[in-house]
Design a protein around this ligand. Structure first.
Ligand SMILES: Nc1nc2c(c(=O)[nH]1)N[C@H]1C(S)=C(S)[C@@H](COP(=O)(O)O)O[C@H]1N2
Ligand SMILES: [Mo]
Length: 168
């Protein structure tokens, strides 16, 4: 298979009036709308995406903003080491070190088209390191909360993804 799998868009996901909050230990909290993203430079990142459920989508070409650019605007407080990235499908959340998050893309295009809502549009967090897990590619990103490493305890993404396998 060479395409992402199509999953239903969960209830409560708002793709029309999308906003992204950057909150927590920042000097300047942000609330961004889709059009605010056009102020940032875009980059392309190409990868094969593999899900632990056993499927692969080859050669995906993501285009979006390097998260570090966004984080700089929010002026992270000294000592911010971790971020919890939340999505609008219920309790879905995943923690990242700030350094890893800064290297990730906030993707708004996939293979040359605007990122479709069924794949997380308008914006999906795409880690750019080679050993990322499928649940870290976060669809419908709604909030990035900066803080200490204690935020990692609030991660639900891994459990949600692995629970889909156990329950299969
Ligand atoms: N918000 C959110 N993002 C998510 C998930 C999810 O349930 N909610 N599932 C993850 C997992 S486990 C996979 S494999 C991919 C699936 O991406 P796709 O639906 O575009 O195929 O989304 C990831 N991102
Ligand atoms: Mo997955």
């Amino acid at each position: 298979m060479s395409e992402l799998k199509r999953h239903a868009i969960p209830e409560g996901v708002e793709t029309e009036g999308w906003t992204l909050d950057v909150s927590g230990s920042v000097g300047r909290p942000l609330q961004l709308e889709r059009r605010d993203l056009t102020a940032f430079p875009v980059e392309t990142f190409t990868e094969d995406f593999a899900c632990t459920e056993g499927w692969v989508a080859e050669g995906l070409s993501w285009r979006g903003i390097r998260l570090g650019e966004l984080l700089d605007c929010a002026a992270p407080a000294a000592g911010s080491e971790c971020a919890l990235v939340r999505a609008s499908d219920g309790e879905y959340a995943c923690s990242f070190t700030i350094d890893r998050l800064a290297e990730s893309l906030l993707a708004v295009e996939l293979d040359g088209d605007p990122l479709p809502p069924e794949h997380g549009g308008p914006a999906r967090l795409v880690p750019t390191d080679s050993d990322s897990d499928c649940w870290e590619s976060i669809k419908w990103v709604s909030e990035i909360e900066l803080g200490t490493s204690s935020l990692a305890a609030e991660s639900t993404a891994r459990g949600t993804a692995l629970g889909r396998i156990d329950g299969a």
